[in-house]
Design a protein around this ligand. Structure first.
Ligand code: LRH
Ligand code: MN
Ligand code: MN
Length: 396
């Protein structure tokens, strides 16, 4: 790809950041209070806007309801727009209230399921008011012991709830169904892998697509292959980018798994350029989102680093010589194919990205720019250090 096309592609890249990454959220162990961490949704939006100002490619912020609940969502939308960002995915929370002890939409008690469905439908309404395209669904539902509940009955309850929410979605919007192999349920999770999410989406309808969170797989699962499969089936809806070494570690994107991140972007770039209509359209509509609740790093700069790591992986994927790769694959030249891919991966794209930023009027090094801007000192002065856990989500 020549530099002109490369720069154009880089200018179109979008990464959504999560509101919950800006507050004092973290692990289920100690959440360390960060000076200046956002205390409410308006401050989270301010921080997201700062990440966008620094990187130029993070123009939307995902909300988590009720963590980010407000009286007037139209006002929140206007507030975000006034700061140069928009409201992205709406993430309903049906895992923190006491009635959800045995699950939400998979709960054996009909009233509890109705309560959960009512919240999901409220979130569809919030989508309308905020101009959001995506309802991003993650459920903590599952069981801890064999025999605790009827697994097939749970599957049917989940299906029915998802169907009702799907059918309430306005045209032009979608639901993204996230899966996770375990935690907080330790025996069986209702949406336990991409196959379960995919089967539900397929049965439910066209507005249902699968969301891949990089932290939600067993060790050694080939995530890029899942991505390729879902792209080809037209059912990849979005990502939750983060990094993990052990389980759902929610760390800065690409820190433990840069080659995996590159291979995922390679599949996306290939699909974006595919001659197959469904694959191409699916790839172009993927919601690229970060799901990260870092605990020991400064909130804003950690998010900037995640966005930059996505950008780096994407730039490397854009550099893949697809013709050379296809020729090697056809010829059965295993090593040449591998070398073609890794030539792109090994390219140091940092100078090129600095040049792209210069050309866009962005800081060449967004982290240095942030550190010298005084933003962190300002918010620390204005906001102080909010008590961690005091009204803030403690993420599991
Ligand atoms: C729990 C989780 C999941 C959701 C997020 C809000 O595993 O990390 O990934 O998307 O909380
Ligand atoms: Mn997630
Ligand atoms: Mn997670």
């Amino acid at each position: 790809m020549n530099t002109h096309d490369l720069f154009q592609a880089l200018g179109q890249q979008r990464i959504e950041t999560p509101s919950w990454g800006y507050g004092n959220s973290g692990t289920r162990f100690k959440t360390f209070a960060a000076p200046g961490a956002a205390r409410d949704v308006h401050e989270k939006i301010e921080d997201a806007a700062e990440v966008h100002r620094l990187t130029g490619i993070a123009p939307s912020v995902a909300l988590h309801i009720p963590w980010d609940e407000v009286e007037d969502y139209a006002e929140l939308r206007r507030f975000a727009e006034s700061r140069g960002v928009s409201i992205g995915a709406i993430n309903p929370n049906v895992f923190q209230d006491d009635p959800y002890k045995l699950g939400s939409i998979g709960n054996p008690v009909p009233n509890v399921r109705e309560r959960a469905i009512a919240h999901l439908l409220d979130c569809v309404e919030i989508m309308r008011q905020t101009g959001s395209r995506d309802l991003s669904l993650w459920f903590a539902d599952g069981t801890n012991y064999a025999g605790q509940d009827d697994l097939r009955a749970r599957k049917r309850r989940v299906r029915e709830a998802l169907q009702r929410v799907h059918d309430a979605l306005p045209d032009g919007t979608r639901m993204l169904v996230e899966y996770k192999l375990f935690e907080p349920a330790f025996y069986a999770t209702d949406l336990f892998d991409w196959g379960a999410a995919y089967a539900h989406c397929l049965a439910i309808g066209d507005k249902a697509q699968v969301l891949v969170d990089l932290g939600h797989h067993a060790q050694s699962v080939n995530i890029e292959q899942i991505v390729a499969f879902l792209l080809d089936e037209g059912r990849l809806g979005g990502f939750h980018f983060n990094a993990r070494r052990y389980a759902d570690d929610d760390l800065i994107v690409g820190t433990t798994n840069p080659f995996e991140l590159f291979c995922i972007y390679a599949e996306l770039v290939a699909a974006e350029q595919s001659s197959d209509n469904l694959t191409r359209t699916t790839a172009r509509n993927v919601a690229y989102m970060i799901d990260q609740s870092h605990n020991i790093e400064p909130k804003v700069e950690a998010m900037v680093q995640s966005v930059l790591n996505c950008q780096e992986a994407y730039a490397k994927a854009l550099l893949i010589d697809w013709e050379r790769l296809a020729a090697a694959q056809q010829a059965g030249d295993v090593l040449e194919a591998y070398r073609t891919l890794t030539d792109a991966f090994r390219t140091d794209v940092r100078p090129l990205l600095a040049e792209w930023r210069r050309s866009e009027g962005l800081p060449e090094d967004p982290i240095v720019a942030h550190r010298t801007s005084g933003y962190q000192a300002n918010v620390a002065g204005e906001r102080g250090t909010a008590a961690a856990g005091g009204g803030f989500p403690v993420k599991s």
